[in-house]
Design a protein around this ligand. Structure first.
Ligand code: ZN
Length: 300
């Protein structure tokens, strides 16, 4: 009887030992919290379809968010940007960047700042009489949003620990000559997560690209938000050769009066075998980044 009882007991002990071993080995295989965030987390960078303008939403794996520009108008905010944020469950923007004070980049900004809590506002600090720009500054003040001028190399952006956001431009002194000065003084951002980097250049044109190249900073990025809606005054050969993008994202309105994107730019991208995505044809463009790669999704 003793022997009969001892056998099942031994089996139970053995079973428990095996279970403990299995659990222990499973525990060892479980990634650390940091690795779990990096391996399981995804960064989404969405170029929204605001017609002829720019509005880009970045969501870090941690859930922290950044908006770069806000389309043309109040209507873009009401019909495109705010509904997108709502669909994504984004209730707060940790960082908002206005690359430069042109209507097609700031039109929806007063509405966004009114409706969504914002942690920090970065501005190129260029003088402008644009009414939406004046309104943007007023709302930022009313809402007590910490605001500052972004400058290379002084300004740093701590969006989220697992993501590097660098401010590559503009630098002092700002360019003051010519019609394109505002564009060439655009805030330039490089967003890097894992193996993938995305370069956002606002409406930077050739002169601004040359200045950026002259700083000697790392520009290499798999993803390029093409400067100035694909205008031929941007995306110079030297710049494209330094960035060496695999993917070009163009934000432009269908049938826009500037003819953006220009055929010279498209040809230049095609010659380099860069995959071209366009909001005027494919609507919202989303780059999903993992630590070890990325994929591009289009809304149509
Ligand atoms: Zn523009």
């Amino acid at each position: 009887m003793n022997a009969r009882r001892r056998i099942p007991l031994l089996l139970v002990v053995l079973a428990l030992a095996v279970a403990a071993l299995v659990l222990a080995s499973r525990t060892k295989l479980l990634p650390s919290p940091r690795a779990a965030l990096e391996g399981g987390g995804e960064l989404a960078l969405a170029v929204l379809d605001v017609g002829q303008g720019d509005a880009i939403v970045v969501r870090a794996p941690s859930g922290r968010t950044m908006l770069v520009d806000a389309g043309n108008s109040s209507r873009d905010a009401r019909e495109v940007i705010l509904p997108y944020l709502e669909r994504q469950g984004i209730e707060r923007l940790d960082v908002v960047v206005l690359t430069h004070p042109d209507q097609d980049h700031l039109g929806g900004l007063p509405d966004v700042l009114q409706r969504v809590p914002v942690g920090r506002f970065l501005d190129s600090g260029q003088a402008s009489t644009n009414r939406a720009y004046q309104r943007t500054l007023e709302v930022a003040l009313e809402k007590h949003i910490p605001s500052e001028r972004a400058r290379f190399p002084r300004t740093t952006v701590d969006l989220s620990p697992e993501v590097a956001v660098q401010v590559l431009g503009p630098q002092e002194p700002l360019l003051s000559q010519g019609d394109s000065a505002e564009n060439n003084n655009s805030i330039v951002l490089r967003v890097r997560y894992g193996d993938t980097a995305a370069l956002l250049t606002g409406d930077l044109e050739r002169e601004g690209e040359a200045r950026l190249l002259a700083t000697g900073q790392e520009l290499r990025s798999q993803v390029l938000k093409v400067g100035h809606h694909g205008s031929s005054t941007s995306s110079s050969p030297a710049f494209l050769d330094a960035v060496r993008p695999e993917v070009a994202l163009i934000s432009a309105g269908a049938g826009n009066r500037y003819g953006h994107p220009h055929k010279e730019t498209l040809a230049s991208l095609e010659r380099r075998r860069i995959a071209i995505y366009r909001t005027d044809q494919q609507s919202t463009l989303t780059v999903h980044m993992r630590t070890n790669g990325y994929r591009v999704e289009t809304a149509r």
